[in-house]
Design a protein around this ligand. Structure first.
Ligand code: FAD
Ligand code: DLZ
Ligand code: SF4
Length: 509
């Protein structure tokens, strides 16, 4: 009798070449896939995110079966469903008496901690394999980070360019520079041609999932329908093709732009698909590079896009595993304000926040600058508890898994790690949002006013944040110029900013 392997495939491991599947014997192995309440509720995920993961899981299980695998699929409404990975492993062991469990390392510390108990608890060997869908393994990242005083994405990114050969002419970067970010800060004009991400009609499998989610998670945040996400690798390829054909050439120019009526602009809207494994990040980058080489997309777009994937995406993942479990507890500014209720309702007069939150509710998506410079910036300036901010981002976006969400939120957007990830806080007044968007025109607040009840709240909050956290931030060389401006202000002006900020913050509680 051949050994029986039990191969647990998680909801963000929907890749046919997954190392656990490659390691198993198809003829005798049992693949286990489980929809469990614990995963949907450890934070109360957006309804659309749950539906996306369940539907993609069901389609992946069907594809594995067609490929000859024996798959045990436990649906959420299976009366025997124990509700957790550990409980479902126990039940599968009772059913199949496997000789070993094979699993790919999970994306979240929380799940890893549970998995690490299984060998002892069940008395069966557990092979936890590396997730080779990432370019940089956890140990390679730790090696890179070792002995460095500062961990900076830009240095890491250059290593990844060399490692992959992407946009390299032998040893030198194509175009003579590693980074073309300075060319990627144009304001978008609503009259420009706007592409749209590919949308897919729900099939019978997705419709069954939508009914289940609507019944079981009715009280979770977010709109379940319309549901148009890709849920198979084939559909995700169509979405990728659409992005490459229609949006990639402009991705760089308008990467930091925001428009009230354009939710996606020239962004890829592929992160949810990449993060569950429907698309391969390296293959995407190779295709994008080919567009540049064929003269169909400019270098600033292609370099910018590739940097997000082999640079930022890999960097935040390495940092997450290097710094957990302590990272989630960091709170450099000691911020303790509860998350304002309008993050759930969208009920605010601030047009930029309202647009970002309303679209998050409807789409389970907001693009990077909305996440960083609108909802993130506001929470940091207002002194919101970074853990509450982190939990919000983890819940509300379809692409959110702690390995990627936590460093982006707690590190990049809240600077709660004191500068482990970013060299300075991404703090900005209303002027930045006005420059990069068309939100301010229709806002109840006046972006030009600095203080008072009609002033854009970002304006006094910006100075109040810098004054409040002066002890921590003044020594940062990248903020020296800003603190010189603060120092030149009269005592009355400083006082007026601080009082205006306090008056506004009072309205939040
Ligand atoms: P595009 O803007 O088109 O970028 C292309 C791809 O690059 C993305 O699909 C993604 O795979 C990758 N990418 C871009 N920026 C980043 C980044 N900073 N970190 C990692 N990958 C990146 N991304 C997630 O995938 N999951 C999250 O939970 C998440 N939470 C975030 C929270 C905050 C506060 C911030 C500021 C950013 C967060 N990001 C997260 C990063 C980024 O905002 C999203 O990856 C991006 O908005 C996804 O949309 P897109 O596919 O249209 O990306
Ligand atoms: C996000 C998610 C949800 C909502 N549900 C499930 C599930 O029922 N079963 C599953 O295997 N995975 C799910 N996931 C993805 C997991 O949360 C993810 O695999 C872990 O957080 C590890 O990264
Ligand atoms: Fe946002 Fe201020 Fe502009 Fe209103 S005025 S949209 S609050 S930046």
């Amino acid at each position: 009798m051949p050994d029986t392997d039990l191969v647990l495939v998680l909801g963000d491991q929907l890749t046919p070449s997954l190392s656990s599947l490659e390691a198993a014997n198809k003829a005798s192995a049992r693949v286990l896939m489980v929809e469990v309440a614990e995963e949907a509720t450890y934070v109360r995920h957006h309804k659309k995110k749950i539906a996306f993961v369940f539907s993609a899981m069901r389609h992946f299980a069907a594809a594995l079966r067609s490929d000859g695998w024996m798959v045990d699929y436990v649906a959420l409404d299976d009366p025997e469903n124990s509700g957790s990975f550990t409980g479902e492993i126990a039940r599968a062991i009772d059913r199949h008496a496997p000789d070993r469990i094979i699993v790919v390392e999970p994306g979240e510390w929380r799940v890893r901690t549970a998995m690490d108990t299984w060998a002892e608890r069940f008395g069966i060997p557990v092979d936890t394999l590396e997730d080779d869908r990432f370019l940089c393994s956890r140990s390679d990242f730790a090696e890179w980070a070792k002995d460095r005083k500062q961990l900076r994405m830009e240095h890491f990114y250059r290593e990844m360019r060399r490692k992959t050969g992407l946009l390299m002419d032998s040893d030198t970067p194509v175009g003579g520079r590693w980074n073309f970010d300075t060319e990627n800060r144009k304001r978008a004009d609503p009259d420009l041609f706007m592409p749209a991400p590919a949308r897919f009609d729900p099939d019978a499998t997705t419709r069954a999932v939508l009914a289940l989610v609507s019944e079981r998670f009715a009280d979770h945040f977010g709109d379940l329908e319309p549901f148009w996400f890709a849920v198979t690798a084939e559909q995700a390829q169509v979405a990728l093709d659409r992005f490459i054909e229609t949006a990639l050439p402009f991705f760089g120019d308008y990467q930091d732009a925001m428009l009230e009526n354009e939710r996606f602009l020239y962004h890829a809207v592929l992160s949810a698909y990449i993060n569950v494994g429907l698309l391969d990040p390296l293959a995407i980058c190779r295709r994008v590079e080919a567009e540049y080489r064929a003269g169909r997309a400019p270098l600033n777009a292609v370099e910018g896009f590739i940097r997000q994937i082999i640079g930022w995406r890999e960097f935040v993942r390495g940092l997450y595993w290097l710094k957990m479990p302590g990272y989630v507890e960091l709170n450099t500014f000691g911020a303790d304000r509860p998350l304002p209720v309008f993050y759930w309702t969208g009920d605010t007069g601030m047009a930029c926040l309202k647009a970002a939150i309303d679209q998050t509710k409807e789409e389970a998506y907001a693009h990077h600058i909305q996440r960083l410079m609108v909802t993130g910036n506001f929470a940091m300036l207002a002194g919101v508890d970074p853990k509450a901010v982190h939990e919000w981002y983890l819940m509300v976006y379809a692409d959110a898994y702690e390995w990627v969400e936590l460093p982006n939120t707690l590190g990049m957007s809240q600077f709660a790690d004191g500068g482990i990830l970013a060299s300075k806080p991404y703090a900005a007044s209303g002027n930045y949002i006005n420059k990069m968007s068309d939100y301010c025109g229709a806002c109840r607040y006046d972006v030009k006013q600095k203080i008072g009840k009609d002033a854009c709240p970002f304006n006094p909050l910006y100075w109040d944040f810098l004054a409040r956290n002066e002890r921590i931030l003044r020594g940062n060389p990248r903020l020296a110029q800003i603190y010189r401006t603060w120092d030149r202000m009269s005592a009355e002006k400083k006082q007026a900013y601080r009082e205006s900020a306090a008056d506004f913050l009072d309205t939040l509680s």
